[in-house]
Write a protein that binds this ligand. Structure first.
Ligand code: BG6
Length: 478
């Protein structure tokens, strides 16, 4: 695949985008608001058609658009304006479909393609529960909807290695891997590409990015939000599959990979796959599951549910660069606060020239906040002003929004939708990576730790607080 033309953001060719799960939460909160933002910013081609699809009709096209209008007004409030909406909405229609019946949809897709002409690209966005994904893929093949189309798949990809392999085989039967876009929206955050820029565009970080200098890595995504109406999803998926096998492991891949030959899809995937091959299968004894108190009383949750709403894992990458460096992963719902932070902790200097050994409250760390507007902070020990030579914590901070004021970051889904339309797979995950990650996660799936209770608004079960050893978790101790 030729790398996308990054000088001209809008895809050149007409696009027909079919969104399965178009009345669902992701479509309402992220996909349609993301498409609207792209339209408003002039990053969609003039000729685009979005066909929403799902098992139940939301009413007429006009009613569907009205409903979407309310969501876009809410979730793209910062850029919403009525004129832009009025020019966007007529591009959207809705057609009912299901895994057993795609005929009406196939006809609608054919009509849209014919109207758009020969150069039209078709993208099929599957935002459906993992249990129905494979049947939907088969329907797309059987009806011909998948012919010449690209497929965007929402995570989680399967429930374990066997189901992921079976899903991948079904996908390979209808669309070549070059046209499959497995979305992990964390990779669409500006901060992930900024991590690559930081490491590989500077001389200062890469030489210390290894076991000789790095003592630990933490990938910490606590969330203060709770179920947000997603009880059904969490009950069937759990936080380990929802967040760890996907977002946290993908970030680990980007932190730990070797310098790729080029910043391009194949090269990055190859390097991430090497990391995952070296990633030691997770040990249930080094994994803590938690469930917040009161979870079982939530609407839509079983009275005896043992689904985990919190996970912490101590992981190890057994290769030349990372041997012996713990990678601490943590995420959970209803925690003390929300953050998405990668912390790289450095070894203490070999000799304590300044008296006491450096104190734990004053670590030497690089932190990367994984946001659409990245913040990178280098925490160092520095001399406190005054007559004595004593140390305190000093910080150097880079804030993308301040440094590049006026530059508009794309929200993660917006970026990934745009890349998929441009045929750029750089920030999407490959089948081999996903399959290897299920192998890594398999011991924990087979020997699930019992979820330990934790108070809402806390940092999770005590056992998880002890996982990093004496130094604790950077986010909560900062
Ligand atoms: C989603 C998970 O993929 O990511 C949610 O399903 C989680 O459970 C969300 O809350 C977090 O994403 P973000 O971008 O809001 O940090």
């Amino acid at each position: 695949m030729t790398p996308a033309d990054h000088t001209s953001p809008a895809p050149a060719d007409p696009q027909v985008l079919v969104i399965f799960g178009a009345t669902g939460d992701l479509a309402r909160r992220n996909l349609f608001p993301g498409l609207f933002r792209l339209h408003k910013a002039g990053m969609l081609p003039d000729d685009f058609h979005v066909i929403g699809s799902g098992r139940h009709s939301p009413g007429t096209d006009a009613e569907f658009r009205d409903r979407l209008g309310a969501s876009v007004r809410e979730f793209a409030a910062d850029v919403f304006d009525q004129r832009a909406w009025d020019s966007f909405a007529p591009h959207i229609t809705f057609v009912v479909s299901s895994a057993d019946d795609g005929d009406d949809l196939a006809a609608a897709v054919r009509r849209a393609r014919d109207a758009a002409g020969e150069r039209c690209r078709t993208l099929l966005y599957l935002s459906v529960p993992p249990a129905t994904a494979e049947a939907m893929v088969r329907m797309l093949g059987a009806t011909g909807i998948a012919d010449d189309a690209s497929l965007i798949m929402e995570k989680p990809f399967g429930r374990d290695l066997a189901s992921a392999c079976s899903l991948d085989a079904a996908i390979a039967g209808i669309v070549p891997e070059k046209r499959v876009f497995r979305i992990d929206h964390f990779l669409g955050k500006e901060a992930v590409q900024n991590l690559l820029a930081l490491r590989f565009a500077n001389g200062v970080f890469e030489p210390v990015w290894n076991r000789d200098h790095v003592a630990y890595v933490q990938i910490d995504v606590p969330e203060d939000l709770g179920l947000e109406g997603r009880a059904g999803f969490l009950e069937s998926t759990g936080t380990f599959r929802d967040m760890v096998t996907t977002h946290l492991c993908q970030i680990l891949g980007f932190v730990a990979l070797e310098p790729p030959a080029r910043i391009a899809a194949d090269e990055l995937r190859d390097e991430k796959l090497k990391v995952y091959r070296a990633l030691r299968p997770f040990d249930p004894a080094e994994t803590v599951f938690g469930q917040y108190e009161g979870y079982r009383a939530e609407d839509g949750v079983a009275d005896d549910s043992d689904v985990e709403t919190f996970v912490a894992v101590r992981a190890w990458v057994d290769n030349w660069r990372w041997q012996g460096v713990p990678f601490l992963l943590r995420t959970g719902k209803n925690m003390a606060r929300s953050a998405r932070v990668v912390t790289i902790g450095f070894h203490n200097p070999p000799h304590a020239l300044f008296g006491d050994a450096p104190r734990p409250e004053c670590p030497d760390e690089l932190t990367l906040e994984l946001d659409d507007e990245p913040v990178v902070t280098l925490h160092v020990r520095a001399k406190r002003p005054g007559p004595e030579l004593t140390l305190g914590r000093g910080t150097f901070t880079f804030r993308a929004d301040e440094t590049f004021g006026g530059a508009e970051p794309l929200e993660a889904y917006e970026k990934l939708l745009l890349d998929a339309m441009r045929g750029d797979q750089t920030l999407f995950t490959g089948a081999a990576e996903i399959e290897r990650l299920w192998e890594v996660c398999d011991p924990v799936l087979r020997h699930r730790p019992d979820p330990l209770p934790y108070a809402r608004g806390s940092w999770g079960p005590d056992a998880a607080l002890r996982l990093p050893g004496g130094r604790g978790w950077a986010v909560q101790d900062a």
